[in-house]
Structures are given as structure tokens and as C-alpha cells.
Design a protein around this ligand. Structure first.
Ligand SMILES: Nc1ncnc2c1ncn2[C@@H]1O[C@H](COP(=O)(O)OP(=O)(O)OP(=O)(O)O)[C@@H](O)[C@H]1O
Length: 355
């Protein structure tokens, strides 16, 4: 293949992939006599209520495993990172819909192997790959992680919780890449070190009970893995740096404030959470609209969208997982989640290798 053709292939625009996942009915829902209001046909569509049909890139019914969603949608992104492509996985949905379970961004120490979520699987795969590539001549590799939380429009470094939020800022470099200043990345040399970073950071997340989930994460959390590789150039003695960033995002619950029974501080939180998600929705819809995409995408409306600027509609391979509860008591929230996720299907990203 000629160099020009290679360039063309790299710059092909890819849509953001959107998959929907329904968790099983929880014990508490069964006790409250909730019934499932979502039907699955086995394909990429689902039916909410009597006749609202939604089609995504894939649909995962309650019986589906953590492994299937990981191997079909996330593993290819891990492979891409080693080639220098950025990747992003976002979990969206109302409180209690299964975002933290799916991402594996909660406490993983008591989980069975098959219950492990996406982040622990990404880490295990990366280190297996690093181990396998160890003997490739001349290759040097460095892996770093950062873990941040956006809570009430303030950013917290979960790996260095004593860092003041005020010293953290999001900046756009001349080449359009987004960088965080004030957040300290941690270099990790083994799977165990990376797992420790995830577990310790997860413990510092802002969690509180709502009427819908007694361990509700009230913030957006973003676990970022950066891989830097010094690779010998083909045929020459010189080397090139290939770098890739993998954002794993567990978004705060998308529910409307009223349903969570929130008042006071929790209500203020809900308003802030929703403003981040609203901004994300606006960015998603602008990216899905050809005219707006060319003129103005409102990334600056929130910290969340600013931080994900080069992952949404930018240089990244992106998968969004819309998590839903099948319970009829969550019908309205599920409808909102599915509508929101549907809009994301129009976004096109242009992944290029980061040399
Ligand atoms: N696919 C699943 N299989 C079995 N249990 C699940 C599944 N998804 C979620 N659960 C369970 O449902 C409950 C709520 O899930 P989870 O905490 O992941 O929700 P969430 O969307 O992250 O909520 P919040 O936004 O409030 O943090 C948990 O007890 C979790 O273990």
C-alpha cells in the first residue's frame, strides 16, 4: 500500500458506536412488583413499552455477560491504543442503571472474575500485551494513569486527593489536543500497580445514597491510561514516539432531580450533574448536525465536554454504552436515556495515529 493510501485510511471518519445494555431487575424492584417493560429480539434493536423501537450498534439484554460487551466493543480499542489511536468508552444512564458495574469503576476487590467490568479487563489485556511484546527489539514503553472526578463543576485528582481543585485546569494545545494541568499522572509498571491506582482512586469518589441507588456516584469519573511507545522507525536507526490515550468515563446519573428525592445539597448536585450532561447532549447534537459541526460545537459549556473535546468528534475511537433498567417504574428515564443515546449515533470521529 502506498503512503498516500495509508494516510487516507487513517483519516476515515468513524461514527461514535452506541450500544445499549439492560441490567436484570434488581431484588428491590421485584419486591416492589416492578415488571420488565423492555423487550429484546436478539438483534440490535429493543422495544420499550408497547411500540417504541430503538436500534443501536448492538443491544445487550439482562442475561449478557461482562465478557461479551468487553470483547466485542472494547478489546479492539485496546489493540488500537498500541497502534497509537486514542480511545474513549463512556457509560451513560440514570442512577442505578449499571454504569459503574459495567465500567468496573467501583470497588472491585469483592467481585468474581466474570463480574469484572471494563476497566479491570482493559488493564489485564494491556499488561498481557505488554508482556507478550517485551521481547520485540528496540521497543520502549511507558504506561501512566490519571483518575479524575468532576463534581459540581470542580475537578478532583482522585490519585492525589489533597491537590486543590483550583490548581487543575483544562488547556487546549496548539495542535488541538486537550491537556490537564495540575493533575499528576502516575507511572505504572505492572497490572497490580494499575489496579491499586483504580481501587484507591475509586475510594475517593463522591458517593451518596439517593432513593434509587444507595451507593450512587454523584460525579463524572474519568480514568485515563496513556501509553507512550518509542518504536524504531522502519529501516532506519532513529525512533519515533507513538502515544495513545484511553479515557474510561463513568458519567453521573442522568435522572431528573425529582425522581431521586433529592433536596438541598443533593438537589444542587443534580442541577450541576445535569448541566454537564446537558452540555454533553448539546455537543452530541451539534456534532450530529452537519451545519453546526462546521461552525460551532459548544464544548466550552462544561468541564466534562471541554475535557472530552478531542474524544468526541475528534481524534478518538469512541464507544458509548447506554445503561438502562428494564423496570416499568423507570420507563420515563429509560426513554430519555435511549433518546439521548440515539443522538450520539450521528457523531463522526476521525482517529489518526499520534506520532
Ligand atoms: N448487568 C448487571 N448484572 C447484575 N447486576 C447489575 C448489573 N448492572 C448493575 N447491577 C447492579 O445494580 C446496582 C446498581 O448498579 P450501578 O451502581 O452500576 O449503577 P450506576 O448506574 O452506576 O448508578 P449511579 O449513577 O447511581 O452511580 C448495583 O447493585 C449493581 O451491582
Amino acid at each position: 500500500m502506498g503512503e498516500e493510501e495509508e494516510e487516507e485510511e487513517e483519516e476515515e471518519a468513524l461514527p461514535v458506536r452506541v450500544v445499549a445494555r439492560a441490567r436484570p431487575l434488581l431484588g428491590v424492584e421485584t419486591v416492589l412488583s416492578c415488571r420488565s417493560c423492555v423487550a429484546f429480539s436478539g438483534g440490535a434493536s429493543l422495544v420499550l413499552g408497547k411500540d417504541r423501537v430503538f436500534t443501536f450498534d448492538a443491544v445487550y439484554p439482562p442475561s449478557s455477560s461482562q465478557e461479551s460487551i468487553y470483547s466485542e466493543w472494547v478489546k479492539p480499542l485496546v489493540d488500537g491504543c498500541f497502534q497509537g489511536y486514542n480511545a474513549t468508552v463512556l457509560a451513560y444512564g440514570q442512577t442505578g442503571a449499571g454504569k459503574t458495574y459495567t465500567m468496573g469503576s467501583g470497588n472491585n476487590s469483592c467481585r468474581l472474575e466474570e463480574e469484572m467490568g471494563i476497566i479491570p479487563r482493559v488493564m489485564a489485556d494491556m499488561f498481557q500485551r505488554i508482556e507478550e511484546d517485551r521481547f520485540l527489539s528496540g521497543r520502549e514503553l511507558e504506561v501512566r494513569v490519571s483518575y479524575i472526578e468532576i463534581y459540581n463543576e470542580e475537578m478532583k485528582d482522585l490519585l492525589h486527593p489533597s491537590t486543590s481543585s483550583k490548581s487543575i485546569a483544562i488547556r487546549e494545545r496548539g495542535d488541538g489536543k486537550i491537556v490537564l494541568t495540575g493533575v499528576k499522572e502516575v507511572q505504572v509498571n505492572s497490572l497490580e500497580e494499575m489496579q491499586r491506582a483504580l481501587d484507591e482512586g475509586s475510594l475517593c469518589r463522591t458517593v451518596a445514597g439517593t432513593m434509587m441507588n444507595n451507593q450512587s456516584s454523584r460525579s463524572h469519573s474519568i480514568f485515563t491510561i496513556t501509553i507512550d511507545q518509542q518504536v524504531p522507525k522502519r529501516g532506519g536507526k532513529s525512533r519515533e514516539l507513538i502515544t495513545a490515550k484511553f479515557h474510561l468515563v463513568d458519567l453521573a446519573g442522568s435522572e431528573r432531580a425529582k425522581r431521586t428525592g433529592n433536596v438541598g445539597v443533593r438537589l444542587k448536585e443534580s442541577v450541576n450533574i445535569n448541566s454537564g450532561l446537558l452540555a454533553l447532549g448539546n455537543v452530541i447534537s451539534a456534532l450530529g448536525d452537519e451545519k453546526k459541526r462546521a461552525t460551532h460545537v459548544p464544548y466550552r459549556e462544561s468541564k466534562l465536554t471541554r475535557m472530552l473535546q478531542d474524544s468526541l468528534g475528534g481524534n478518538s475511537r469512541t464507544v458509548m454504552i447506554a445503561c438502562i433498567s428494564p423496570a416499568d417504574s423507570s420507563f420515563e428515564e429509560t426513554l430519555n436515556t435511549l433518546k439521548y443515546a440515539n443522538r450520539a449515533r450521528n457523531i463522526k470521529n476521525v482517529p489518526i495515529i499520534n506520532r
